[in-house]
Ligand binder design. Structure first.
Ligand SMILES: Nc1[nH]c(=O)nc2c1ncn2[C@H]1C[C@H](O)[C@@H](COP(=O)(O)OP(=O)(O)OP(=O)(O)O)O1
Length: 161
């Protein structure tokens, strides 16, 4: 089965000297109840950059221009017990955007300090790859989940040169 094409964008800002990242509490669909990155599926006929600008607007109300997207790498999420959940994720960072985050039907967005991510509320794999992307590392990750579809069986990373 082919992994679904999805994309995530981590909006970054600095407030009073504190580096913050926009995440969101997922209200519906895949990962309901977890704090997740802003993003979602790439639809037919869309480029990944078009998809992430649309998803950020739909989920948070924030406008991101394609030229301000910073490609960071990829994360392949592999669910051996549920291959239909496999996702191939293109990850972006973005420091330039406009508008204030507002709650949508799908996500309640919230700015978190990069140094105090809500690890307990996120997917268990996020602590593997998210801090590395936030630190500016460019890499391709492969996350394989255990049969419980919650805990991490393996996490591997290939750095981009
Ligand atoms: N193990 C994992 N850890 C993680 O942090 N994020 C994961 C993950 N597995 C999948 N994701 C993310 C990637 C993707 O952005 C998101 C699922 O996409 P969506 O939120 O768009 O799904 P939904 O089915 O809720 O919505 P639609 O795309 O509108 O159908 O879950």
């Amino acid at each position: 089965m082919t992994a679904a094409a999805v994309t995530l964008c981590f909006l970054l800002r600095t407030v009073d000297g504190e580096a913050q990242v926009l995440l969101g509490w997922k209200k519906t669909g895949f990962g309901t109840g977890k704090v997740v990155g802003i993003g979602g599926h790439v639809e037919a006929g869309e480029t990944t950059a078009q998809a992430i600008c649309r998803e950020v607007m739909e989920e948070s109300g924030i406008t991101v221009l394609q030229g301000d997207l910073i490609p960071a790498g990829t994360v392949d999420f592999v669910f051996p017990a549920r291959p239909d959940w496999d996702m191939a994720t293109m990850v972006y960072l973005c420091r330039t955007f406009s508008g204030d985050a507002r709650e949508s039907e799908e996500i309640a967005p919230h700015w978190y300090p990069e140094k105090r991510l809500p690890e307990e509320q996120m997917w268990a794999d996020a602590v593997h790859w998210l801090p590395a992307f936030l630190a500016g590392e460019r890499a391709d990750w492969r996350i394989v989940m255990n049969p419980d579809n919650e805990t991490v069986a393996s996490s591997t990373r290939t750095l981009r040169t």
